[in-house]
Ligand binder design. Structure first.
Ligand code: ZN
Length: 449
């Protein structure tokens, strides 16, 4: 496959008349200043990875915005989420995941890190294939062509004190032995997907014993390791009371953190924790839309960047799936907090800084050869509608700034994931079938609620 772009964002900067040759899903050559052959796209960008998602939560979007008794919080949201997932069958999980993946691709994500914790039937126990649910996620990725880094979650206990799982949590729970079976089955489910990656995900410090935390990174040698950390104030207090240290402080001192690790949220950190965690090489997995929706707080971006920290963005609860909006809100939350402008920027503009940071950090977190338009990387690319009124006449960094800060949904005309051309003229190629099945699933689930 040969693509041509009037302008493209390469690792060394913006280039004109770029020809990109793709072979077996990977970029085989990149030639600026080439004579166009056939159709030319206006602007090609490296398409970032969505580094954190629970796809099944897409089905709850809009269902948890009313006020309940007392003060609503992350914890009352979690109770509703548990009730909802009491109803999900493996077929439902695949239908919802495929819909979420279609929307991710249309918004510009090339791949997703699925932080997958719904393993078991209602009430606990295992399916005949302990990795049934992982196979459903892999099937959804196969149907939609979205790249997948699959992260089966280990969830052992109901709190830092080691209390037993209860209620909705029984569908997540796994001893290290059952978890090893899930990992093995998940590996089989990914076997025919050339760009798929398997990793591990200890759910959080509150849900996994210290014993397991110490050895979980070794369960998929070399693979990505993702963990929720320091999202909520109450979680910080719980860990501090039980272990005598704040979560990130404890993690930096006790876990083998390095570039394989992705720390999801990392919202509640002191300045010292921020700098120490950034220096480990781990990626900060930021989910600005979900963090705003759940009232988590605001990440210390200036402190993180000053210590050389890597970052990427994820759609987490999938309350809304929009790459541009995640990046916009990441910057806007900083502006509101600091009463300043262009916080996530350097000599590059804010849009360019956000884009390149998220593309690089997302690929690192996913363990995926991507994040840049360069030889040897997967062809994870997106084309923008440069003829749209909001982008017309703009070039370089200003084009990206206009896309992220002044754009609208639908400016992504085409998307390739590892060379698979899955979005064309703004629509995912499987949208119709996936959407029809999703509508039927949602009707049934809502009737049952
Ligand atoms: Zn999450």
């Amino acid at each position: 496959m040969i693509l041509h772009a009037e302008t493209a964002l390469l690792p060394e900067g913006w280039a004109r008349d770029v020809r990109i040759v793709v072979e077996e899903g990977r970029i085989a050559s990149v030639s600026p200043g080439a004579v166009p052959e056939g159709l030319a796209h206006g602007c090609l960008l490296p398409a970032p990875v969505n580094l954190h998602s629970h796809t099944f939560q897409r089905a709850m979007a809009g269902l948890t915005e009313a006020r309940t008794a007392g003060q609503d919080s992350f914890w009352t949201w979690r109770a509703l989420m548990y009730r909802f997932l009491e109803r999900l069958s493996p077929e439902d999980v695949q239908a919802i995941a495929a819909q979420a993946m279609v929307e991710m691709a249309e918004s510009g994500f090339s791949a997703v890190c699925e932080f997958h914790y719904l393993h078991h039937p209602v009430g606990g126990g295992t399916y005949a294939d302990p990795a049934e649910m992982s196979a459903r996620i892999a099937a959804a990725a196969g149907e939609t062509g979205l790249g997948l880094t699959h992260l089966p979650v280990i969830y052992e206990q109901g709190g830092v004190d080691g209390r037993a799982l209860a209620g909705g949590q029984l569908r997540f729970g796994a001893t290290p032995e059952v978890y090893a079976q899930v990992l093995e089955g998940a590996g089989r489910a990914l076997a025919n997907m050339p760009d798929a990656v398997l990793g591990v995900a200890p759910h959080s410090l509150r849900a996994v014993s210290q014993n397991t935390l110490a050895r979980v990174a070794g369960m998929v040698p070399g693979g990505p390791v993702h963990i929720h950390i320091a999202e909520q104030v109450a979680e910080v207090a719980e860990v501090q009371a039980a272990w005598g240290a704040r979560p990130v402080d404890w993690a930096v001192k006790n876990l083998p953190l390095d570039r394989r690790w992705c720390m999801i949220h990392a919202t509640q950190m002191t300045a010292e924790e921020t700098a120490a965690l950034a220096r480990t090489g781990a990626v900060a997995g930021l989910c600005p839309i979900t963090e705003a929706n759940l009232g988590d707080g605001i990440f210390d971006a200036p402190g993180w960047l000053a210590a050389g920290g890597a970052f990427g963005v994820g759609s987490d609860s999938n309350i809304r799936i929009s790459l541009a909006e995640e990046l916009r809100l990441l910057e806007y939350s900083q502006r509101l907090n600091l009463k300043a402008r262009a916080v996530l920027a350097d000599s590059r503009s804010t849009g360019r800084f956000l884009w390149e940071g998220a593309a690089r950090g997302g690929a690192q977190a996913a363990g995926r050869a991507g994040g840049a338009i360069a030889v040897g990387q997967w062809a994870d690319l997106l084309a923008l509608d440069t003829g749209d009124l909001r982008l017309e006449g703009l070039a370089g960094d200003q084009l990206l700034d206009a896309f992220l800060f002044a754009g609208r949904d639908g400016l992504v005309t085409d998307l390739w994931s590892a060379g698979r051309h899955i979005v064309r003229e703004g629509r995912h190629i499987a949208r119709e079938a996936v959407e029809t099945r999703f509508r039927a699933t949602m009707r049934r689930l809502r009737e049952a609620l």
